[in-house]
Design a protein around this ligand. Sequence first.
Ligand code: ZN
Ligand code: ZN
Ligand code: ZN
Ligand code: ZN
Ligand code: ZN
Ligand code: ZN
Ligand code: ZN
Length: 1749
Amino acid sequence: MAAAETDSEVPCARCSDFLHFSAKDTAAKWLEVDNLLKEVYQHLACFVPKIYCLGPNLNPQNEDLLAQLLLQGPLEWYLCGEEPTVGLAKLEQSNQPSQLCGHVFKVGEPTYSCRDCAADPTCVLCMQCFLGSVHKEHRYRMTTSGGGGFCDCGDTEAWKKGPYCQKHEPNISDSSQKDPLANLSEQMITRTRNVFSIILKYAVHMLTWEKEDELPEGLEPPARGDTYYCMLFNDEVHTYEQVIYTLQKAVNCTQKEAVSFATTVDRDGRKSVRFGDFQFCEQAKSVIVRNTSRQTKPLRVQVMHSSVVAHQCFALKALNWLGQIIKSSDALRRILCLVGLQQGPNGENSLVDTLMLCDSKMWKGARNVYHQLFMSSLLMDPKYKKLFAIQFAKNYERLQSDYVKDDHDREFSITDLSVQMFTVPSLARMLITEENLMTTIIQTFVDHLRHRDIQGRFQFERYTAQQAFKFRRVQSLIGDLKYVLISRPTEWSDQLREKFLEGFEAFLELLKCMQGMDPVVRQVGQHIEMEPEWEAAFTLQMKLTHIISMMQEWCANDEKVLIEAYKKCLSALTHCHSGFTDGEQPITLSMCGHSVDTIRYCVSQEKVSIHLPVSRLLAGLHALLSKTEVAYRFPELLPLSELSPPMLIEHPLRCLVLCAQVHAGMWRRNGFSLVNQIYYYHNVKCRVEMFDKDLVMLQAGASMMDPNHFLMIVLSRFELYHIFSSADCRKRYGRENINKDVVQQNNTLIEEMLHLVIMVVGERYIAGVGQVESYDEIKREIIHQLCIRPMAHSELVKALPENENKETGMERVIDHVALFKKPGVTGRGLYKLRPECAKMFNLYFNHYSRADQSKAEEAQRKIKRQNGEDSVLPPPVPPHFCPLFGSLVNILQCDVLLGILGAVLQWAMEPSGGHWSESMLQRVLHLLGMGLVEEQQHLTGSTEDGISFNFTLKISRPGEAPGNTPSILALLETLQNAPHLEVHKDMIRWILKTVANIKTTRECTASASPADSSGHSQEETVRDKDKAERKRKAEMARLRREKIMAQMSEMQRHFINENKDLFQQSLEELDATTSTSLEHSPSTCDSTLVCVGPRRWRASASDRRQVVTCILCQEEQEIRVDGKAMVLAAFVQRSTVMSKNRKRPTYNPDKYDPLFMHPDLSFGTHTGSCGHIMHSHCWQRYFEAVQAKEQRRQQRLRVHTSYDVENGEFLCPLCECLSNTVIPLLPLTKTTCSTEQPDQRQWVNITSQQIKALHAARKKTNAEGVDDADSAEDCHPPDGFRLDHTPKNPYSGTIKEMLTTFGTATYKVGLKVHPNEQDARVPIMCWGSCAYTIQSIERLLVDEEKPLFGSLPCRQNDCLSSLTRFGSACWTASSQAVVHGHFIRLLAALVPDSQVENTPCILDIDMFHMLVSLVLSYPALHCLDSSGMSEDAAQLHLLHLVTIAHIVQILLTSIPEEVRMEQESGGAEREEEESVCLLYNTLRRHLSSGLHEVTSGWHLWHCVKTGILPYLRAAALFFHYLNGAPAPPELHGVGEWEALCGYLCLPSNPLQLYYNNLELLEPLLQGWCSHPGVLQALQSSTALIRFPRESNHLIELPEDYSALINQASSFTCPKSGGDKSRAPTLCLVCGAMLCSQSYCCQTELEGDDVGACTAHTFTCGAGVGIFLRVRESQVLFLAGKTKGCFYAPPYLDDYGETDQGLRRGNPLHLCQERYRKIQKLWRQHSITEEIGHAQEANQTLVGIDWQHL
Ligand SMILES: [Zn+2]
Ligand SMILES: [Zn+2]
Ligand SMILES: [Zn+2]
Ligand SMILES: [Zn+2]
Ligand SMILES: [Zn+2]
Ligand SMILES: [Zn+2]
Ligand SMILES: [Zn+2]
């Protein structure tokens, strides 16, 4: 502050200077001069340093004011030629704004994209436009903006449909092409151009100025002093902490200042940290540099002259000003664009170019300002957007290189604007053709990845940290390429073809550098020493995946392009393969009478790479040739003859073999990096352009080869050739049993090889390979996912490949294949497969992992069994191949395959030995099935095919080997009965049956006779037989099940008998209603049930007897006053759940007097329990064990637990519920009733006398020796009242101990103080907790619409009963005098007592707390009385007295003005109405002013009745638990007034209490009203609490989640001046928005640094908080400083799922049910418990620093 004061004189001195300044005159002068530039510069040179940067602390308000007056003023005058406000208004009026919205997004603002209509996902709308658009009704996606970017509303290229919202709908009359300049006068245009060009030039000059001590020509200040700034710049290398630490050292500031400096540097990119003479600043600079240069490059610091900084400040201001000015008119905007893009007379760079090219040299703040200006000018003007895009493309390479070298995030780089231009299809196309943008981008990218191996392939292996950093930054170029390609051309020009193909070639060059990168060699002997780097290569592959797919789509779009691209790709591949057969002699393979030459190559011995993008691209193009039919229409244009199929398949095959070998465990020594690569190869993110394409390539190659040759090569690469080639391969077990591991390995390889064959023949769901559409492809994917199990929408999305627009295409398909099941209050919505789709299930679906496969198999078999079907899973009917791939089916019937199949079947004859495996056989059977399905299909199709494909014939032939081997069919027939093949029997049977069917069909068609029926009937009888058999089996199974069930229930019964009590308890838990109603069923004769007063219900001895079981030692124990103490695990917590005033200042816990609870219930102490009972000594032993364990654990490892032992917390040993103390269980006290009892007046008199006696006694002890005649006279104690009597404490030692334990705990937690059992407030806190807990449960019952009695769960019931009985006994643990004192003060608030001062007025007392405290403290007085007066009578009198006080309280506070129309009265309650009127008028009399007139008795009575009801209900609960009186059945239903009054021994017109005792009460009433507090409270009606107090609920949340996001996006951090908060978090209790999880809003709380949320919980929720993290869409529960958990938000998308982290972006809507559930947790005080359970279930939650949120 000191600094600011000295400063203030400086501007003041100048004020006089400035006073005579006239903007108008200056502008007029400027109009006259020749060299305007010089004149304006002079003006700036003179004034800027006088306004800006005059001291260490900037004063932005003052500066802005002066700048407006002295600098912008004249400019605006000049520009308008008149009063600027007038001129600009005119401009605005004549403006015809373009239809572009152009709203620039703030960080965290919601943005919307339409998945149906957006050209690509980068096209977004602002909330306002979205709500006014047609897309609201479409499938839209919502995200939060990262800042930057603007609304695309009005851009016709961005939207396929509905480009305009209602607001931006163009007028038809407007011609949008019209030049906006047409509306402007010539002079105006010239003047604007002059001003804009000078100011823009000035700003560009200053922002790109690099000298620290000089200014550009013409701007030198008239006088310059020795004033400098030490300017600190941002970098992304040094951490916050480093900067803060350094600053404290260098400029000697406090930590707080240092934090603020660091925050500003991070936000604005630079900040002056010192002001003074050169020397002074230089010194600071050297310290900073020295301190930060150790490990990294030092922080950038400059010592700059103040005038330089001043001009830079104004330069930013000037750019902002330009941005503002052009808002008023499209014409001005266009002039600015024109000025900005104008090149110098000699072709010098335009101002816009200059800025762009200096981008990486500027600080963050400057960049932000000029980027904003570009966005609001160049990018808003359709004409200049194009010109700007061209300049941008021309500078592209340089800008990207600068960006890669720079260390700022991309959002602060000019390169980030690429998205605004490249995604506009027309611009992108123009830039490709005219600026060769595609090639430029790709080449720039390749140029930046220089690290290559000898073959020119990328090498990431030895990347330094810096190269890795660069690699990350370079990846943004791929994003640009994606933007350019995202919309595919509909029309091709020759030029576009040419440039695209040029780009394609550049792309091939890139892929060539990837082909074969990161090769691996199998490690034998030793494990690899270091895991090789693999992630970089896969990152590149993943990033390129969509580009590769898009390239193919572009090619598919034009025949010529496709043909050319295919040629180029093929030649690239040939180039990659050159030298691939060198050196090695080919070897010859021969089998089954076929032979083929191939190279000698072993995957397990030589180099192999998983990266083959060139091969895969060719595979993709090959499929496209087939799909587009180009292959058939222009075969002559294609180099098909050049194709060498063995060469095509070689590398993909190696890759697949590698996977198989890894699977077989042959590559274990190569470590995890290889496992990871294989995983990603198949993963949904990569597989489309990896695994899938390898398969296509294999199919393409195989389709061009003899199938026998193909299979021999496959066998050879799998290193299985030697097994199947030998003549006696069918006798494998005989020869090859040397090494078990090798056998095992080979078995796996054979399985994998068979699987590969299945896929090559069977996979036809890629358009071009099979005759399918993309629709069929997705459908099949989804079906196979759902065959595993029903899935949520998000799970399905994750399992499907996304295209470049993040679409899976699922929505088109899902309803055809699945049924949706909505979620309940928990869980999520699920899709379940439609039963009819199950027939498409293919066990060997190519995208299943082994785990998926076995899960799916199990699930499908189970379903079939449940449906009573045969559980066989035959291959599904596949779609037809496209002609180009048609020959693949021949693989099924080729000799080599049949040889292989026959061999495996032969092996399977032998049950033992392990030379074959179940999966091997299963695959063989599947292949056989495929052959049959294929044949059936051919038969039903054209006859020609049916003849050429005769699988049944082939498998019926015996093997041709030397020995007479049986045919496959014969083998199957034998295997059918083999006992060791039980599991495969149904498949074998299916095959044989199908073979039979086919044979009949063939015979039928051959004989052409319709003998079909006989076959059919035969089949039918077979089916019938099957059915009967199944039925029999099912019946057997049922009988067996029943027997087992009977046995089990017998055992259960036994068990229950043994553990009776345990079950009793859990049953009670289950069915609270029955148990409680049983307990309360009236057992004694008394017909009317009354819970209080002399007439009350009394428990018989047997009723009182209560036996419980200890959960720890399982022993039974009767609860007795003198017995062993039994305790209930309990949790005491502070609560504000019922608070009506969250703004009450915090009190000093040491001085606070809690005796009177204010009716605002601003905070209370709640006690809850899980209801589990233990011996006190068992509990103590348990707790000590927990403590000891915890100590050991803390020594060993520093982990937290979900509970805080030091604070007395522990988990219930049975249910793990969080607890922090125990409540002792006490029996009902035995009472008798003497008939003769004093009436109310007598009782009050007697009690007053007793009190007087106590007063006197106290005085006597206080003032020992002083003789006081007055008091001696008064202190005549009433009869039977013995002051010297010391009552005997009835309780056993352990009970006494537990009374103290619980009392102290309540005191400690409730007041947040150190435990002190002697403190006078201990009993008050216990009574308070009892009252508060009862009140909160009463509220809960109302909110849940449950009856007052009979609906509480057992645990709450037990808790309330023990809490109340404890309350009545807790006085015995305190000093009697203390309790007397409390009682006296309490009573004095109602019955005046001259000896007590400072009694609160009745409006400041919660009457229920009053009642409870009075009743529970009275026994301390009563025990001195031996006159036979009963405690019951006293309870009733106290109830009556407090009730009257409460009625008065209600009449004073809660009577609203009359509403006439509600005045209906049947006259049924005439008496009540009259009496209440009378009383009300009495009150009005007492309070001459302050109460308004009410004439309607009905109205008053109604208010009283509803106002007092919660009190009466709570009182009923209280006396019920205190005295044990069962409740009348009427109260088990909806609480009835009469029943309630009856139960409480009140007249049904409680006002009678008043009229019956007028003599006593009238003076009291007068006394209450005359308390000065009453009038005060009534006059300041704001703080008045009205009755009934409504239940608190959590704040209302909007239905649409985006409304919340929007609300949060405009929320700024309250501490760092207008900054956006990074984690805006909403308190669901009070609605406060907080800046969470951030340095700026940390505060100190009880000595710890805590975040905004934690701090808020202490004021708003007494330590407990419920928040919604808006950006994350996550509910946060906090308790204390160390506990917290996340909870599912109450917002769901249409698929019944939450979106925690807002990653999916589906529209979210409020689910009331779930929100109510959270609210219920809160109202039940279960938040802490919920956190405990969450933390127990998920240990990672314990480690989170909750206090910093
Ligand atoms: Zn908009
Ligand atoms: Zn709009
Ligand atoms: Zn739409
Ligand atoms: Zn025990
Ligand atoms: Zn428990
Ligand atoms: Zn709050
Ligand atoms: Zn903040």
